[in-house]
Design a protein. Structure first.
Length: 76
């Protein structure tokens, strides 16, 4: 556990958050008083994919190539 001042936390909050390891705690102080604690949570485990879970979510609305002109710069 370590500490930073309120001013340091305000200035470097994004960097402070990204540098935390799961379960690590940073105390934020004002003067000699702890005013807050910042603690990194453990990453949420990703659920395994389930076969067929996307059935019915795709709809093909037309069967032509008219829309492809929008992608001509990306196609060979």
């Amino acid at each position: 556990m370590h500490w930073v001042t309120v001013e340091e936390a305000q200035t470097n909050l994004s960097q402070l958050i990204s540098s935390l390891h799961p379960g690590e705690v940073v105390q934020i102080i004002s003067g000699q008083t702890i005013v807050a604690q910042l603690m990194a949570g453990a990453p949420t485990p990703r659920q395994p994919r389930q076969s067929g879970s996307a059935v019915g979510t795709l709809s093909i609305v037309s069967d032509n190539d008219d829309h492809l002109h929008d992608f001509k710069d990306y196609m060979p």
